[in-house]
Ligand binder design. Structure first.
Ligand SMILES: Nc1ncnc2c1ncn2[C@@H]1O[C@H](COP(=O)(O)OP(=O)(O)OP(=O)(O)O)[C@@H](O)[C@H]1O
Ligand SMILES: [Mg+2]
Length: 262
């Protein structure tokens, strides 16, 4: 049975095409201003990559912040359930999932069967999210994708005292003006995000094994700062950004009447 999962996130829309537990194709496109268009593009891309047609797909499930705009999906399911599902599928020993996306961060606890038992989410402001890192990367005049590598030369971490995106950005600007090496500023920013995420994880209770999902998991500086603060190893799958879409495609393989707690 071929199914598709679409994760309509605030920054990226991701799609996964699944055939009996095997990923046939995936795509990651920018969401932009029209979620429905991005979802159609992401879906089209996976169909093209797998040389398939819409009629070959038995069911489509949408997740993510913009899931209600994915009109071609038969069902909408929360990101909590889908990230949990995707993570448990990739690694059955995972008990805690940390998803940091563009606009929010979440910590999800799973049981032995991969069902979500509890979660906590920070969606009140950009602090500690991908958006926070994007604003700081812009102030540093660097693409967000190089932050992980760029911090490697740091001998120490600069002190970032505010987690408010607006205040932190002006701190970064004045650190640059004072001649503090960019690598040290970046390490300071990564530590600040890790601290915020650690507080969220400790409020929920952290049980290993821990997996990180979402685009921010591609930032090796964040992963190592978080691993150090939490005192545990963090497993990052080969493509962490598609875990939500993978979970949605897995949900689509189950019965359409299956209910989820979260
Ligand atoms: N190659 C990369 N290297 C480092 N960071 C990356 C990379 N690609 C994406 N990111 C980070 O991932 C973030 C986007 O993550 P993701 O695609 O999971 O967000 P989203 O699902 O759209 O958002 P949300 O779940 O909050 O609605 C970007 O803001 C950026 O910080
Ligand atoms: Mg997301």
């Amino acid at each position: 049975m071929v199914t598709a999962g679409i994760d309509a996130g605030s920054l990226t829309t991701d799609a996964v095409l699944l055939h009996d537990g095997k990923i046939l194709a995936y795509s990651i496109v920018n969401t932009g201003s029209q979620t429905s268009r991005a979802a159609e593009r992401a879906y089209q891309e996976i169909l093209e990559k797998a040389s398939m047609k819409v009629s070959d797909v038995a069911a489509v499930v949408a997740t993510g912040y913009g899931r209600r705009s994915v009109l071609f999906a038969g069902r909408q399911v929360t990101e909590i359930t889908c990230h949990g599902r995707g993570a448990a599928f990739l690694s059955p020993q995972v008990r805690t999932v940390i998803d940091i996306g563009g606009q929010d961060s979440k910590v999800i606890r799973l049981d032995e069967q991969g069902n979500v038992i509890d979660f906590l989410m920070n969606d009140k402001c950009a602090a500690g999210t991908g958006r926070f890192l994007e604003v700081m990367a812009q102030a540093l005049e660097l693409p967000v994708t190089v932050l992980g590598d760029a911090e490697k030369e740091a001998l120490q971490a600069a002190e970032i005292s505010s987690m408010c995106t607006v205040f932190a950005e002006s701190e970064v600007v004045s650190l640059i003006a004072r001649g503090v090496p960019r690598a040290e500023i970046i390490r300071g920013l990564h530590r600040a995000v890790a601290e915020r995420t650690t507080a969220l994880a400790h409020r929920l209770g952290l049980e290993p094994a821990v997996m990180m999902t979402g685009g921010v998991a591609k930032n090796t500086g964040i992963v190592s700062a978080l691993s150090e603060k939490l005192g545990v190893e963090i497993f990052v799958p080969p493509e962490p950004q598609i875990v939500g879409a993978l979970g949605a495609a897995l949900v689509a393989q189950g019965s359409s009447s299956q209910a989820f707690l979260f």
